[in-house]
Design a protein around this ligand. Sequence first.
Ligand code: GDP
Length: 312
Amino acid sequence: MLRLFGRRAPQTGRALEQTRRTWFSRLGGIFQRGLDESVWEELEETLLAADVGVATTEAVLRRLRERVRAQGISDPELALEALKEELIAVLDVGGPRGQLWGREGPWPRPAVILVVGVNGSGKTTSIGKLAHAFRAQGLKVLLGAADTFRAAAIDQLRQWAERAGAEVVAHQQGADPGAVAFDAVAAAEARGVDVVIIDTAGRLHTKSNLMEELRKVRRVVQRRIPSAPHEVLLVLDATTGQNALQQARYFSEAVGVTGVVLAKLDGSAKGGVVFPIAHELGLPVLFVGTGEGPDDLAPFDPREFVEALLAT
Ligand code: GDP
């Protein structure tokens, strides 16, 4: 297990401001009107508009109704608290946060993280931020440029590596991504690297080829280190709402995602998409992107997230 952040990152609350102001701040006001049928309808509409998704909204409201009935809740404050608890419960999948590698047990060395996601989602930036966080702990980090489809992606990864003080293994544009991944892992073993982070392609117009390519990268890494990859992180763009959910479904079926990095939470009004990601796909959101700088990555904590979302 590796704890990536020793202290709570305060950025989450700020990054959530847009989502909170646009949708979730309404919830407290809705409860103020009592708990009649029209209130339940309005709650449903608000959660749906906030990208919580149909299945998750229904599940949350069903449990909330049961809780309200069983506990005889009529006070608006208590009803809001009950809603918070239900939302936290939805997010509570996959163990402790801000930690990696199965999130328990010994830490594999080198630890291999495969990072997947569509182009533009914030993949390279998130890799740079992760590299920065590992380096801040004094760990030796190597980045593998297995997105060989775009020359710009290789350059961008190099820049982040330089900034973070990480090593890079890259081939030419158009090279076999599997070969890059293999070389990255082999170099990491030879050089005593602690963490290898492998960037992958994310072009969506050739979806089935892409998924085959990612599966191959995975197999190649596994051939070198049978327990690897130790994490497969999916980077999703928080500003895309329900689209992000579709992508999550697709990638997790194809390559076995172990956790989500939700990038661009700052400036998004669609942060509510974390609920269906957890509820419908059972995927833990591990980190959130809160800006474009190297420090703008925060561990995701369900309670902290929901408290910030429903703060009045
Ligand atoms: P990739 O194509 O998936 O590798 O995406 P990039 O890492 O190149 O990111 C695409 C754009 O999103 C860039 O302009 C990044 O600076 C920006 N970006 C990435 N993560 C965040 C974030 O958490 N917050 C904000 N505001 N911008 C981000």
